[in-house]
Write a protein that binds this ligand. Sequence first.
Ligand SMILES: *Cc1c(COP(=O)(O)O)cnc(C)c1O
Length: 455
Amino acid sequence: MHYLSTRNSEINESFLNILFQGLSKEGGLFLPSEWPSVSVKNLYDKSYNEVALEIIYPFIKDNISKNDLQLIINKTYQNFDNKNIAPLVEIEKNKFILELFYGPTFAFKDYALQLLGNLFSHLLEKSNRKITILGATSGDTGSAAIEAFKGKNNIEVFILHPHKKISEVQRRQMTTVLDKNVNNIALKGTFDNCQKIVKDLFVDSINQSQNSLVAVNSINFARLIFQTVYYFWAYIQSKQQKVSFVVPSGNFGNIFSARIAKFMGLPIEKLHIVTNSNDILHRTIKDGKMKINEVQQTYSPSMDIQISSNFERQLFESSKRNSQKIIEIMNSFFKKNEENLSDDILNDLQSIYTSHAVSNSETLKTINHYKKEYDYLSDPHTATGLFVLNKISNENPTISLACAHPAKFSDAIFKATNEKPFIPERLKKIFDQKEKMTILDNDFEKVKLHIKNKL
Ligand SMILES: *Cc1c(COP(=O)(O)O)cnc(C)c1O
C-alpha cells in the first residue's frame, strides 16, 4: 500500500511520510492507494484494542511491526474511563447511542489523538527528529491534541482557536496546560480563519522545504483510520445485520471515518450527516450546490464550520479518484465561494449520505426531550444527532454518535433543562487554574512571526 493525494493521484508516498506532513505539495489531502478489506466476522470475539489492531495495521504495516502497534494501542486506551472504551447504549428498539467521551478531554477526538501522540513518540524515539505540531481547533481537537502531546520530548505544539468563540471549558482545557512545549493562540476570527492560516503555514513551510510542521487536524489521514475502529466496534456490539450511523459533522472527519469503514466492508446502510445552522454540507448533499455562508455561532461550536476540509476526500472518491477534476472543483470553489457539483458526483454522494440541518432551538429541545423521555443527558453536538435519531423510523437499526460529555457545555445544558450537568472531578479542577494563551489578529504574517520566534 502507498499513499497518493486528492490533487495528484500519481504520487507514491509511504505512511511514515504522510504521517509527518500536513497537505501534499499540491495542497491536496492524502489517501491510501486502495482500501483494504476486513472480515467482520473475524472481529466478533475481539476486544476494542484487538479490533483496533486489525483495522489500523493494514494501513501502516510497512512502517511498524504488528506487535509494536498492539503495545501502543494497549497503552493508549488503558487510561480511558470505561471498560468498553466506546460503549453502545440501546435507548429503544433499534436505536443506539455510541458514547465516545471516555478519554482525557471528554470528546471523541481523544480516541484518535491519544493514539497519534503515542505513535509519534514511538517513531520519534527511533529517529532523533524534532517536530512542530500545528493545528486549528473549533473547540475539542485543540485540547485533545494538547493532552496527547504535552510534555513530550522533541515535540512543540501550536494550537489556534477562534478567540471567544469556544466554550469556557473548551478554552480552559487548553489554556490551563502550562507545559513549556504547549502554545495556545487565540485568533481574532472564526474557526475557518484559523484553519486557513494553518493550511497556508503548511504550504509556506513546504515551499521553504522545512518539512517539520505536522498536522493533527483531521487532514491527517492517520486520525481518520483511528476513528474508523469505533464504527466496527459499534457494529459488533449492536448484533445487527446492517446498521446506519448518524454523525454530527463539522470538518467531515468523523463521518468520513465511517465511509472508510464501509469501504473496508462494514455493512452500513446509510450515513446521516448532521449539521447545525452552518449547513453547507446539508445544502451540498441536497442539491449539489456547495456555497459558503457566514459562519454562525451555535450551541455546538465544534460544528461551526463552513469549509469542511475532509469533504475533498469524499469528492475525490465520488469523482472516481480523478485528481484533475478535484483541482478544478476546489480552485473554482475557493475563487467564487461556491461551486455546483456535477450529476455523477451528486448521485454518488446521495447513494451513501442523507443530510439534515438542526437549529439551535431544536438542539435545546432535543436535550430536554431525551432527558425527560430516556433520562439521557446529551451534549449539544450529540443532541443534533439525537434530533435526527428521534425522527427516523425504528425499522432500520441506527446508531447515533455521542461526541462529547455534557459537562463540557454546561451553559447550553442549563438553557435546555434548567439544571447544570454533573461535572466530573477531572474537569472541575481547571476552573481555578492559571491560563496561558496569546491573542493575535487574524493575520497570516503575524501568526507566522509569532511561531517563528518561539521555535
Ligand atoms: C470535532 C467535533 C465534531 C465534528 O466532527 P468532524 O470530524 O469535524 O466532522 C462534532 N462534535 C464534537 C463534540 C466535536 O468535538
